[in-house]
Write a protein that binds this ligand. Structure first.
Ligand code: ZN
Ligand code: ZN
Length: 245
């Protein structure tokens, strides 16, 4: 499995980074995890063909995680997409996505697309088989919005992603013994509601032992520090997990 950070930033463009978006590629069809407002631009920057994406997994309905979908869907229409598309997100995405499309591009939610697309919703801890991926969503704590950490299994490997959240035990469930755990770390040691700081995360790591940890969605406090001693995401960064035997 190949994982590329299409966007590793927060909602506010700190560090000049793109909004949250991961590309997961296996020997089958590629998948996006989150599609923030800037993600279509970022995909084109990194030469990722949006029409090759068959599945988009959304952790929560904040603009920096799902705001790219109206652009992505409209681009598919103009680029003569024919491949089907499945979007999976938190409860409420079936209503919220058409509203966002209609707000950004009036009429676009009523257009009959040239490609088949469907919207599905996460149910807590209910694993879904999506093409060749098995995805288990764990509810996390990110304020009023329904938000999920995702554990994705494919080709005998496990990638877990926190989405946005303060610390909660569900993160340890999602990331337990994962081959790769991609986790937000907005602050270094400042504990705030709804987001995670590195020191809090660090205190829990021995209990769930992810095999590799990469920090993402960092705010100015984290981006301004040097020698953190952890692997950091960057836009464009690629990680390859070889198929387990
Ligand atoms: Zn965010
Ligand atoms: Zn958020």
């Amino acid at each position: 499995m190949r994982i590329q950070f299409i966007g590793s930033g927060d909602a506010f463009g700190n560090g000049g980074r793109f909004n949250a978006c991961l590309l997961l590629e296996t020997s089958e069809t590629p998948c996006l995890v989150d599609c923030g407002a800037s993600s279509l631009i970022a995909m084109k920057r990194f030469h990722v063909d949006p029409n090759s994406i068959r599945t988009i997994l959304i952790t929560h309905l904040h603009g920096d995680h799902f705001g790219g979908l109206p652009f992505f869907i409209l681009d598919g229409q103009f680029a003569r997409r024919s491949a089907p598309l499945t979007i999976v997100g938190p409860p409420g995405i079936r209503e919220t996505l058409p509203l966002a499309m209609e707000t950004f591009f009036p009429g676009s939610s009523k257009t009959v697309q040239k490609f088949d697309w469907s919207i599905l919703e996460w149910q807590p801890r209910q694993a879904m088989n999506l093409n060749h991926l098995t995805v288990t969503p764990y509810p996390v704590r990110h304020g009023r919005t329904s938000s999920f950490a995702l554990r994705v299994e494919a080709e005998g490997r496990v990638v877990a992603y926190s989405g946005d959240t303060e610390w909660c035990d569900e993160l340890a469930e999602a990331g337990r013994d994962a081959d790769l755990f991609i986790c937000e770390a907005y602050f270094y040691d400042k504990s705030i509601k709804f987001h995670l700081d590195l020191k809090t995360l660090e205190s829990h790591l021995p209990a769930f032992r992810p095999k590799r940890l990469v920090l993402t969605h960092m705010g100015p406090d984290m981006l301004g520090r040097k020698d953190l001693g952890y692997e950091l995401a960057e836009d464009g960064k690629t990680i390859v997990l070889h198929q387990s035997l």
